[in-house]
Design a protein around this ligand. Structure first.
Ligand code: NAD
Length: 343
């Protein structure tokens, strides 16, 4: 994978990457809110501009993926550029999965999808994910300027979403010393930059450091198998439509507090990265400092939803450093539902 990382890169580097990949007709994908940026990127492509399709939606509903593939066929595209957060990049991956078109990713959040061969599609309230090398972006263009417009609340929760990838990479069954270094450094960079961004959302230096952290954490996500935390958030997003980044921010401290006794090396790395004895509590406090929602109830989950989420999560096996039965899942979700401190 090629990576370009610099302020202002979206204005010129997407065209250069398209040329490098030999693409002649690039369809630019985004969500409705990213349409202006998508159009600017499309304009920068010159003769390789095959139009824009601005219909990305969270968790990539199957009809949305089908419409985008249709648009790519109609535009006679030989590649796509996805401009936006995980939803827009997820749409680009869905088109790659269906049509095999190479993808250039231009991330505008810290979600990290651009670094992974993981696709996700949601149908009838169930989110399916899988791995396929065809969806891994061929080029990634990181431009911190594109993240300046992220509202403060999304900046904070998206950053903690990235940290969640690092946390689960540290105790993954396929963890490795190199990925753990990346996870520790990514967590350190984000935990330092996010409060600075909350205080000064227009600060390009902190934005750049957060995006660097997101790159590292996204690479950890792509390189390892995620565990209970991602499983629960996946169910809460796919089945209940809860917002991705905020859900991660609320759930992470509770899963980490549960897993901590079974993951001493991960806890040691997080202690170093976060400068604290209690990483789970520190992540809970970080969410508070960033003004993130505190509870799943605030996001709209009903108390009755907890049992359904436990059932759905327990139905398919997943990795985790500590055995977690239905009662454990219920206790974790109950604490996250109420928004109390972890542990
Ligand atoms: P998102 O892409 O849904 O974006 C959230 C909202 O913020 C959208 O309305 C979007 O238009 C807006 N937005 C994005 N960037 C902005 C910016 N710079 N300025 C202003 N507004 C902006 O949210 P997300 O958290 O980035 O991604 C979540 C989705 O990505 C989920 O579906 C998740 O499952 C998926 N995801 C997949 C992977 C993977 O490896 N496959 C990894 C991470 C996330």
């Amino acid at each position: 994978m090629r990576v370009v990382f610099r302020a202002g890169a979206a204005r010129t580097a997407v065209a250069a990457e398209a040329e490098h990949l030999g693409l002649r007709r690039v369809l630019v994908l985004s969500g409705p809110r990213g349409a202006d940026t998508a159009r600017a990127v499309a304009d920068s492509l010159g003769a390789a501009n095959a139009g824009v399709h601005t219909e990305a939606a969270e968790h990539v509903p199957v009809p949305v993926a089908e419409a985008a593939a249709e648009a790519a066929l109609k535009a006679d595209a030989d590649g796509c550029a996805a401009v936006g957060g995980g939803s827009a990049i997820g749409l680009g991956k869905a088109v790659a999965l269906r049509l095999g078109l190479p993808l250039i990713a231009v991330p505008t959040t810290y979600a990290g999808s651009e670094m992974t061969p993981v696709w996700g599609l949601t149908e009838d309230g169930v989110k399916r994910t899988g791995r396929d090398p065809v969806v891994l972006p061929r080029s990634v263009v990181y431009d911190p300027e594109l993240t300046l417009s992220m509202p403060p609340a999304l900046s904070g929760t998206s950053g903690v979403n990235a940290i969640a990838h690092a946390v689960e990479a540290l105790y993954a069954p396929d963890a490795s010393p190199i990925v753990s270094l990346m996870a520790e450094e990514g967590t350190r960079a984000l935990a330092a930059a996010l409060p600075e961004i909350a205080a000064d959302p227009g600060g390009l230096d902190a934005r750049g450091r957060a995006l660097y952290g997101a790159w590292l954490c996204g690479a950890c996500l792509g390189a390892t198998t995620m565990s209970l935390h991602h499983k629960l958030c996946h169910v809460l997003g796919g089945t209940f439509g809860l917002p991705h980044a905020a859900t991660h921010t609320i759930v992470l401290p509770h899963v980490l507090a549960f897993n901590a006794p079974a993951a001493p090396d991960a806890v040691a790395a997080l202690r170093r990265a976060l400068g604290t004895d209690d990483p789970a509590l520190e992540l809970y406090r970080l969410g508070g400092r960033l003004g993130a929602p505190r509870s799943l109830a605030e996001l709209g989950l009903s108390a009755a939803g907890i049992d359904r989420a436990v059932e759905t999560a327990a139905a398919v096996p997943y990795a985790n450093p500590r055995d977690a039965g239905p009662d454990d899942l219920r206790a974790i979700l109950r604490a996250a539902f109420e928004g109390r401190p972890p542990g």
